[in-house]
Design a protein around this ligand. Structure first.
Ligand SMILES: Cc1cc2nc3c(=O)[nH]c(=O)nc-3n(C[C@H](O)[C@H](O)[C@H](O)COP(=O)(O)OP(=O)(O)OC[C@H]3O[C@@H](n4cnc5c(N)ncnc54)[C@H](O)[C@@H]3O)c2cc1C
Length: 342
């Protein structure tokens, strides 16, 4: 039986993941509106098959060809839905590039996302891991989202409380993992705008430039410059950003680790716990710049694993496991990967 025209077969995913790992999707459907999801669920060809939701592929390690039906989210659109005394509510299609939304909201006079500039990937994936950088997390700018339930085909709306946001975490990594396609995200951009400048590298920019009251565009430019100086551009060298989460430990655990190495980089958290710098621990174990096969640890930032050219997913996973073992052996801490391994 011929496949329906909306169902693509044997699609290479190499250019659809920022690590540049080789993998083929046996079947792929582009989702441009909610009805496209329902059409998949109702279809005799693939309705009952397992599904994999794909955004920009910037938080993925593909270790195999994908038998699940790939739902490539490409919902577009950006609009101001409400102006409240204390916030602009802006809605973005889940398939939009996150950085473009940051850029366009500033250009339109709705600032507030600038600290999250240049994070690769799509709007729809941003709530999945509650993206964060330079002193700001999506949760602080999130109003609600809409999506389609992959079991019932019904439309769903989730507010901030229902998303159970945590550090690089949300309900979409737990109870709702693989169960919902997010199609639109509503952002709450506070009025009046107040810059978030508490992060050390931003404090340095203020000191260097003498600009104590930057505009949103200046903060955006600073963030872009800081990120470009230390993170590899996936277009030039394949990677998925930070490969491990920074471990959060109790004060007792932190004391134990400081006992093992008094230089360990750690930050006190508001709830009394401590966040440890995973990149520092990886570097302390001697991994910076090293490789296993064609997968390596980035020379400028040990938290980032890179594709040194034609690596396969298994090489990245082998390298990640070797790093985890070293860090556990030296510090007694199990590093948790940030990207989703398929
Ligand atoms: C150079 C670089 C720098 C990075 N810096 C940061 C950073 O500073 N902070 C940070 O938090 N992250 C960072 N990341 C990680 C990554 O950019 C984010 O996690 C991003 O949100 C992933 O978006 P994506 O569209 O590429 O998701 P994908 O990789 O396509 O998917 C990631 C997960 O989300 C799910 N998903 C994707 N779209 C949807 C949807 N519409 N509905 C439901 N589920 C969906 C997928 O099934 C998968 O489980 C970085 C990555 C790179 C390559």
């Amino acid at each position: 039986m011929p496949l329906p025209p909306w169902l693509e077969s044997d699609v290479s995913l190499k250019a659809m993941n920022t690590f540049g790992l080789p993998a083929t999707a046996r079947r792929l459907v582009r989702i441009r509106q909610d009805a496209d999801v329902r059409r998949v669920l109702d279809s005799p060809e693939v309705g009952r098959s397992a599904k994999l939701v794909l955004g920009g592929g910037s938080n993925l390690v593909l270790t195999r060809d994908v038998d699940e039906v790939v739902l490539k989210v490409e919902v577009e659109g950006l609009r101001l839905v409400e102006t409240r005394p204390d916030a602009y509510i802006v809605e973005a299609g889940a398939g939009m590039t996150w950085h473009e939304v940051v850029d366009r909201t500033i250009a339109n006079g709705w600032p507030g996302l600038e600290n999250l500039a240049l994070i690769p990937g799509t709007v729809g994936a941003a709530p999945v891991q509650n993206i964060g950088a330079y002193g700001l997390e999506l949760a602080e700018r999130f109003e609600s989202l809409e999506g389609v339930d992959l079991v019932t085909g019904r439309g769903v709306t989730l507010d901030r409380r229902m998303c159970l946001f945590g550090y690089r975490d949300s309900v979409f990594k737990h109870v709702l993992a693989g169960k919902t396609v997010i199609t639109r995200v509503r952002l709450r951009l506070p009025r009046p705008w107040v810059p978030v400048l508490g992060y050390l590298e931003l404090e340095r920019k203020v000191a260097e430039t003498g600009i104590t009251q930057p505009t949103p565009r200046q903060v955006f430019d600073w963030i872009c410059a800081i990120r470009r100086a230390k993170l590899p551009d996936p277009a030039a060298i394949g990677n998925a950003g930070s490969f491990f989460k920074n471990p959060v430990v109790t004060p007792d655990q932190c004391r134990d680790i400081i006992g093992r190495d008094p230089h360990v980089v750690h930050y006190p958290m508001p709830d009394g716990s401590f966040k440890l710098a995973a990149g520092w621990m990886i570097e302390a174990c001697g991994w910076k710049g090293k490789s296993i096969g064609r997968a390596g640890v980035y020379e400028k930032q040990a938290l980032v694993l890179v594709n040194r050219g034609d690596a396969i997913g298994a090489e990245v996973v082998t390298l990640a496991r070797a790093i985890q073992e070293s860090v556990y052996g030296r510090f007694g801490i199990r590093l948790e990967p940030e990207p989703v391994v398929v």
